[in-house]
Ligand binder design. Sequence first.
Ligand SMILES: NC(=O)c1ccc[n+]([C@@H]2O[C@H](COP(=O)([O-])OP(=O)(O)OC[C@H]3O[C@@H](n4cnc5c(N)ncnc54)[C@H](OP(=O)(O)O)[C@@H]3O)[C@@H](O)[C@H]2O)c1
Length: 332
Amino acid sequence: MRATSVDRYGAPETSRITTAQVPIPGRGEVLVQVEAAAVTAGDARIRAGRFPRGFALPARLAIGVLGPRRKIPGTVFSGHVERLGDGVTDLSIGDGVAGMTGGRLGAHAEFVAVPVTALASLPEEVAHEAAAGALFGGSTALHFLRDRAQIYAGQTVLVNGASGSVGTAAVQLAAHCGAIVTAVSSRRNHALLRKLGASQTIDYRDSPIKGLSRRFDVIFDAVGNLSRAEGLRLTAPDGVVILAVADLMDTVTARGRVHAGAAPERQEDFALLLDLVAHGEFDPLIETLGGLEALPEAHRRIDTGRKVGNLVILPPRRESGPDTIAATGGAE
Ligand SMILES: NC(=O)c1ccc[n+]([C@@H]2O[C@H](COP(=O)([O-])OP(=O)(O)OC[C@H]3O[C@@H](n4cnc5c(N)ncnc54)[C@H](OP(=O)(O)O)[C@@H]3O)[C@@H](O)[C@H]2O)c1
């Protein structure tokens, strides 16, 4: 199969197209033909070996010292079931599914093998591109807002980094719960954020959020430029601070009203998000860039720090020429 490979941490161009063996699904797994895959801030971190302060050493020990041990990147996919592993009874070949691969990566390829617990059924109304775009920011925002902040109608929520993948999901999900949302981004994204449900918008270049005198019930930082102490200063006395990009120190000291750490990847959350997309209640704001060849461009866009919403690639798409690549060699 065609796949992308990242051998060493580096610039966007470090990701290249290669050939790899089609994975064999193990017990409880399925082989998915990937129709669409998201390219995320998480993918860019792994490609570059770039992690929040204090995490570089533990992250490299976990995923690879000079380059990722798992060579095929990508965590978010939508596609259809191509083959069933042993013990899989509740899915059939051809079923539409979407999910996340977690630490095994591998979604930036024509096929990926995943446990059935890592995916949800794709509703008929949802296109593969929309499904792939919905899950990264969506599951992060859902976890932090629902499970950690336990938000409810009428609360005031400030979303910092509101126009990215996590931020656009946080704005929409908070507004969906009836919260009053203040979205922080550059001015060019303000109209979009109001359309998504923000009541107020702030341009961080005119009004740095650290200097705001207002207090909020929930501060959701999806940029990483707010410390634990600064977040607490911006919250009401019983308010909650979410640091989605905390450094190591703020992560280990997060307790009480401050929440940090990695959002889990849960099948039931994928199903909920896909259902919201199907009912027009969550817009994943996707931009489709092309086939696997578009991956360096997607990484360049993420590295600017100005990406809006979600970038999606379509692994089956060929930019030119017939498919002459056979299933040889292994990239993992
Ligand atoms: N904890 C977890 O489990 C978890 C899960 C997923 C992601 N994350 C992390 O969350 C972060 C955000 O991810 P993402 O996918 O949303 O990134 P993204 O889509 O690349 O975010 C880009 C957005 O950030 C905005 N931005 C840049 N600088 C800003 C600033 N100073 N103030 C306000 N907004 C600013 C940009 O808006 P403008 O163009 O308007 O400036 C742009 O739209 C990443 O660091 C990622 O690693 C954590």
